[in-house]
Write a protein that binds this ligand. Structure first.
Ligand SMILES: *Cc1c(COP(=O)(O)O)cnc(C)c1O
Length: 382
């Protein structure tokens, strides 16, 4: 819930801007942290979900590691004080420059996604006279039952090494003198709300790690990635995701070997609900069948609806009039610049403040300056 005192602060500011509820963020972090401790799971925050420095500080102070998908994320995480031995580097297309930077910083491990990548990493590590720890990202061919643009664990996706390439990988492993395989990594998609999917993942992981054991490779680290979804439909009712059910599934179905470490890379589930995009209504335009509420935020501030048709709850923070139906759209010159069709809102007028909820993950990080947009500083409240 956005408090009245927060709305008073919003009134004094130029819109659009991101608002972060740090109390909710801290509450969410506490929930993850205490449950992870209970289950003996290790948490790495997926920096790409939100790399805002104020947010990163909270995650660093919580003692989480960092899961990065670019050289610049690795660099930022290190600069922000995440311990380098807790930084992981994933991604299908790591360039030599990015790999060299991560090697120089002595990060914990690389999540590698192809045999060619391991070859290149081996050469670059040799040149720096280092041994790089790797986890092999395996595409487990598990359907995450989420939007097709955010599914990553099917054979047809570009992510991870396919299982048919594993025998060749194992054969060639001794060649890679400057690479040490210590883990297996899986990340099958994002905004996963069907918990059965995670059970399916556990069962595949068990098979795969047994296959490695049968081929003489013992695995020290299992990394199950992220992907736990949030409730975009009821951000106030379910402001903190059900981490307990999520972790319980892994604890029940994952066959954990003696002394094996289990890691998660959570992004959206930690930061998604604490952020809202705050905007003002510029005009109300009556169409033939619909009324448009044209707001001053657009796909340039929150790209998710335009990118993968995602839903964000829209609240009018300053009206309590009678309900009416609006298409809530931004000012950008693209027809996909629409936050919601046929949205029920209290009677909405020029100047009203609008909140696009659940925008803490994959919101601010995807901001662009298309149409030469201004970028306003976020607001943080406790
Ligand atoms: C994006 C990503 C995550 C985080 O996903 P969420 O759905 O935000 O939890 C974790 N691991 C990898 C490798 C990723 O690319």
């Amino acid at each position: 819930m956005i408090s009245n005192s927060a709305v008073e602060l919003f009134q004094q500011r130029e819109t659009p801007f991101y608002h972060y509820d740090l109390t909710l963020l801290k509450g969410t972090i506490d929930s993850v942290k205490s449950l992870a401790k209970q289950f003996d799971f290790d948490i790495h925050y997926a920096v790409k979900a939100n790399s805002n420095e104020r947010i990163l500080q909270e995650l660093r102070d919580a003692g989480f590691g960092a899961d990065c998908v670019s050289g610049n994320e690795v660099k930022l995480a290190a600069e922000m004080g995440f311990p380098v031995d807790s930084i992981l580097f994933a991604g299908v297309g790591k360039t030599d420059k990015e790999i060299n930077l991560a090697l120089e910083l002595n990060i914990k491990a690389f999540n590698c996604e192809s045999i060619q990548e391991v070859e290149v990493l081996n050469q670059l590590a040799l040149a720096q006279d280092k041994v790089a720890e790797i986890a092999l990202r395996i595409n487990p061919n598990v359907d995450a039952k989420t939007h097709k643009y955010i599914t990553t664990g099917l054979d047809e996706n570009k992510f991870g090494i396919n299982q048919i390439d594993l025998p060749e990988f194992i054969l060639r492993l001794p060649e890679f003198s400057n690479v040490k395989l210590t883990g297996l990594h899986f990340h099958i998609g994002s905004q996963i709300t069907d918990m059965k999917v995670f059970k399916g993942l556990c069962l595949r992981v068990n098979e795969i790690q047994n296959w490695f054991a049968d081929n003489g490779v013992q695995i020290e680290h299992l990394n199950l990635g992220g992907g736990l979804g949030i409730d975009y439909n009821s951000p106030d009712k379910n402001s903190i995701p059900d981490f307990k059910t999520y972790f319980t599934i892994f604890s029940e179905f994952l066959e954990r070997k003696a002394n094996q470490k289990v890691h998660f890379e959570l992004g959206r589930s930690i930061v998604g609900q604490c952020g809202s995009l705050i905007s003002r209504v510029v005009f109300i335009k009556k169409g033939l069948n619909t009324s448009f509420a044209i707001v001053d935020a657009g796909m340039t501030e929150l790209m998710r609806p335009a990118l993968y048709q995602s839903y964000h709850q829209i609240d009018n923070l300053t009206s309590s009039g009678e309900e009416a139906v609006y298409d809530v759209v931004g000012p950008i010159c693209e027809s996909t610049d629409c936050f919601g069709k046929a949205v029920k809102l209290p009677e909405t007028k020029r100047g009203d403040l609008i909140a696009l909820r659940s925008a803490g993950a994959y919101g601010e990080v995807m901001t662009s300056r298309y149409n030469l947009r201004d970028q306003n500083e976020p607001l943080y409240t406790n």
